[in-house]
Design a protein around this ligand. Structure first.
Ligand SMILES: Nc1ncnc2c1ncn2[C@@H]1O[C@H](COP(=O)(O)OP(=O)(O)OP(=O)(O)O)[C@@H](O)[C@H]1O
Length: 216
């Protein structure tokens, strides 16, 4: 679940971004929509506890994020949030299994290679376990990154423009994988997008339209 009230954030020297209130139940799907610069990535960073709000209430997966700081917030994020960033951030120094294992360190948990293999198998990429990221196609890398995002059965999955630069067939399959992964964890799914194909594919999803601040 995600609940925000009067949520605001400001980059130094920039006008405040003020976000509309939002209530998404556990297991619900939210499309975070708005054109480039409207604040989608900033909203995701607030909900992931990567940035602190300048103002407002923010409750994610039953946790009031204002009550958490430092290491406690990092561990909460590692256990509660599955993040599928637009740039996948897979380390070329590590193979696929070891890339996924980093999720345990971030959450302060002991790593389990068996669980990593299960997560890869659930996304149909078990045979890629010992490859380096540069040996994966774009679609395979996205599946691996999604396996990493859902490895610890997060309460909330945040996907930043998951269909950008994908053709129609690949976009459809990325959305189906995201929905299946969220359903398996009972997670709330947030997709930040300005791709109209996402709205068409998920007609029943809640929508949170964002608007860029008007320059003073
Ligand atoms: N580090 C930063 N410092 C200052 N301003 C920033 C910073 N990051 C983003 N902004 C500004 O904050 C606003 C919201 O940016 P944000 O990246 O959240 O938008 P977005 O909707 O995700 O855009 P896009 O679809 O292009 O990724 C924009 O006006 C942007 O220029």
């Amino acid at each position: 679940m995600i609940r925000t009230r009067s949520l605001a954030f400001a980059y130094p020297g920039a006008p405040a971004l003020r976000f509309p209130d939002c209530d998404v139940p556990q297991g619900g799907t939210l499309l975070l929509q708005g054109r480039s610069g409207a604040g989608k990535s900033s909203w995701l960073a607030l909900v992931a506890g990567l940035r602190a709000p300048a103002d407002g209430e923010l409750v994610v997966a039953q946790q009031d994020l204002r009550a958490l700081s430092g290491v406690a917030r990092d561990h909460w994020r590692g256990r509660s949030i599955g993040f599928l960033p637009q740039k996948l951030h897979l380390s070329e120094a590590l193979n696929v299994v070891h890339n996924l294992s980093l999720a345990y360190f971030a959450a302060g948990l002991p790593a389990s290679e068996a669980q990593v293999e299960q997560a890869l198998a659930a996304l149909g990429v078990a045979d890629l376990a010992h490859r380096r990221p540069s040996q994966l196609s774009g679609g395979q890398a996205q599946r691996v990154a999604l396996a990493r995002a859902v490895l610890l059965a997060p309460k909330v999955i945040l996907a930043d423009e998951p269909t950008a630069s994908l053709d129609d067939e690949a976009a459809g399959s990325a959305l189906a994988l995201l929905q299946q992964a969220a359903a398996r964890c009972g997670a709330t799914l947030v997709i930040a997008t300005h791709d109209r194909r996402v709205r068409e594919a998920l007609p029943r999803a809640q929508s949170l339209p964002l608007h860029a601040p008007v320059a003073a």
